[in-house]
Design a protein around this ligand. Structure first.
Ligand code: NDP
Ligand code: HEM
Length: 487
């Protein structure tokens, strides 16, 4: 470290003569307002938090590398999926969903798996979970659902009555409830679990052909879960167990890896396939759309400043790049709005200029110059690389910034009447049953015990409704829950 780097300074860079003793009027006297170094310390301290994320508040972030092992140019023009051997910098934030920033990692809860690729044509985020499905198929229900997962607004306690009441009245949750209550409902850590893009996205290629696509990230560390009893003990001993596990792994050079796979459906198949491929409560069975391995994700570098990089990372399903698009999935459509909106509130209008959010592998050139904490380039320092600093409107005759028509998404045909379609897919149960039937006997027993551990405290009417749903998935499943509730 150079001599200059050892100099303790104030924020304006002035050397500090004494950082341990405040300026007082006499040895025992009161403090002086002119001690602006003290005031800077106290005032900054008061501002060292931003609102925590409304969901997924507790998390762990790591940088890494995605290596493409199969050229995907037949399907997409996206640069990170073109050219075998192509490497792209990534950032992943893992999280739990319902707990606050200080909550325990070993809760029974889905795990967030939010992945960013810093591609040469901008940042591409896949903000998924460790589950291939979700509780809902329409984003209009998301705030209500999350209210049942968070604290009761009156008692400020977690509330199993609200949780089971909501699931009883929303049977489309059955598949995901089964995943959540199964062994995989409490991953042992973030390395030993799969990740899924969960939604259906789209790829398009240079010929303008569109494909529907699902992303899968299969752990190479092997799956490891905790039983409810193990988790209860661990939550007390080490609430930060998953964070600690990841920091230790990366520090030891034991870099975790995931095989990156996709399922691909030609655009026209969506009209005739037996399932609605845009329904987030369902998977595409592998027998119909097999997994195609396309690369490897390795995580290998810890952030330097947790707050700057992990707390302020702004992952968003709307961060898409040419060659990768959205789909008509109603949940995804709601999410395309929600994330950037949350981040403008949580971080500020210019959150994309922060180093972790800035498109590292390219430059951002646009006409949005104002707002809190605006810099002139992303990240903050220097001047905008493209364009003319004096032009903040477009088109203009000076800065040369131009639309890139070659990256236009192919047109998507849309049909139908504008309406609120309440039950566009009646089958809430088959895939929950498929999952139940593939579980080994001991896991079925633990699934039922996990369900009953909280279902047993709610009203009989809600219990009966849930037994009906479990029975609709699989009669043995329903029967066992019913028996266990009597027990
Ligand atoms: P497959 O038999 O081809 O696939 C079953 C899938 O289930 C595999 O991905 C497997 O993952 C996963 N799995 C295995 N054991 C468990 C477990 N104990 N808990 C949770 N998941 C497990 O069947 P289908 O594709 O027809 O799907 C059948 C059911 O499998 C679905 O209803 C769904 O619940 C579940 N599933 C399906 C996925 C898909 O994308 N098709 C993805 C994940 C789950 P692994 O090889 O890693 O053990
Ligand atoms: C975080 C909304 C469904 C995965 C968030 C945040 C919001 C949000 C507002 C906080 C963002 C921030 O402040 O940075 C919604 C809405 C949904 C929805 C409205 C439904 C319509 C889903 C689904 C998944 C998911 C289906 C997974 C498949 C995540 C993850 C994070 C997150 C992983 C944390 C991102 C990070 O690590 O920073 N969600 N969500 N969400 N959501 Fe969702």
């Amino acid at each position: 470290m150079s001599q200059q780097n050892r100099v303790l300074t104030t924020q304006n860079g002035a050397p500090i003569s004494d950082d341990q003793n405040s300026l007082s009027a006499g040895e025992r006297g009161p403090l002086l307002l002119q001690d602006w170094h003290l005031i800077e310390k106290l005032a900054h301290f008061n501002r060292e938090r931003i609102p925590e994320r409304i969901v997924h508040a507790k998390g762990t972030g790591v940088y890494g590398t995605f290596t493409l092992t199969r050229d995907m140019s037949d399907y997409t023009i996206a640069d990170h999926f073109n050219g075998v051997g192509k490497q792209t910098e990534t950032f992943v934030r893992f999280s739990t969903v319902g707990g606050e920033m200080g909550s325990a990692d070993a809760e029974r809860d889905p795990r967030g798996f939010g992945l960013r690729f810093y591609t040469e044509r901008g940042n591409h985020d896949i903000v998924g979970n460790n589950t291939p499905t979700f509780f809902l198929r329409d984003g209009i229900k998301f705030p209500d659902f999350i209210h049942t997962q968070k604290r009761n607004p009156q008692t400020n306690l977690k509330d199993p009555h609200a949780m089971w009441d909501f699931w009883a009245l929303n049977p489309e949750a059955m598949h995901q409830v089964t995943v959540l209550m199964s062994d995989r409902g409490i991953p042992a850590n973030y390395r030993q679990m799969h990740g899924y893009g969960s939604h259906t996205f789209s790829f398009w290629n240079a010929e303008g052909e569109r494909f529907w696509v699902k992303f899968h990230f299969k752990t190479k560390q092997g799956i490891a879960n905790l039983t409810a009893e193990q988790a209860d003990i661990l939550k007390g001993i080490d609430p930060d167990s998953s964070q600690r596990d990841m920091v230790a792994a990366i520090t030891d050079g034991n870099f975790p890896k995931w095989a990156v796979k996709v399922q691909i459906m030609p655009e026209a198949d969506a009209n005739t396939y037996k399932l609605n491929p845009f329904d987030l409560t369902k998977v595409w069975p592998h027998a119909d759309y097999p997994l195609i391995e396309i690369g490897e994700l390795e995580l290998n570098r810890l952030p330097q400043n947790y707050f700057a990089e992990v707390e302020q990372v702004a992952l968003a399903p709307s961060n898409l790049v040419p060659g990768v698009g959205a789909s008509p999935d109603k949940m995804l459509q709601a999410r395309l709005f929600a994330y950037a909106d949350a981040q403008r509130y949580r971080i500020g209008a210019n959150y994309n200029q922060l180093p972790v959010n800035c498109p590292h592998a390219t430059t951002a050139n646009h006409h949005q110059r104002g707002g809190a904490m605006a810099g002139t380039q992303c990240p903050f320092s220097g001047s905008q690389t493209g364009g003319d600093a004096s032009r903040n409107y477009g088109p203009n005759s000076y800065d040369g910034l131009q639309d890139q028509a070659q990256f236009a998404e192919p047109p998507l045909r849309l049909d139908g009447e504008a309406n609120r379609y309440s039950r566009y897919d009646q089958d809430d149960f088959s895939q929950a049953g498929d999952l139940y039937r593939l579980l080994p006997e001991d896991e079925k027993a633990r699934l039922v015990a996990n369900i009953v551990s909280t279902l047993s405290v709610v009203s009989e009417a809600t219990q009966n409704k849930m037994v009906e749903h479990f029975s609709a998935a699989d009669s043995d499943y329903g029967q066992r829950v019913k028996e266990a509730l009597k027990g």
